[in-house]
Design a protein around this ligand. Sequence first.
Ligand SMILES: [Zn+2]
Length: 79
Amino acid sequence: MFCPKCGKINPDDGKICTGCGAALEENNTVEKKPKKGLGKIIGILVAAVLIVAVCFLTINLTGCAPQEYDGEDIEIVNF
Ligand SMILES: [Zn+2]
């Protein structure tokens, strides 16, 4: 495996980098955390987009109804 700190090639069994002495096992655990957090962020983003889309559609649908009533008001003004 490559050392994430110095980029030196180390044996897969190696727990410590032969170049800089960084713990290779610890870096593996650190690598897992951002992936999990990224998935969570994407899930929250998808949920937020869905909620906004539903709200937008609902506002558009309810926004159309009063406009029809405005048309009736105009008829009364012409009368
Ligand atoms: Zn290293």
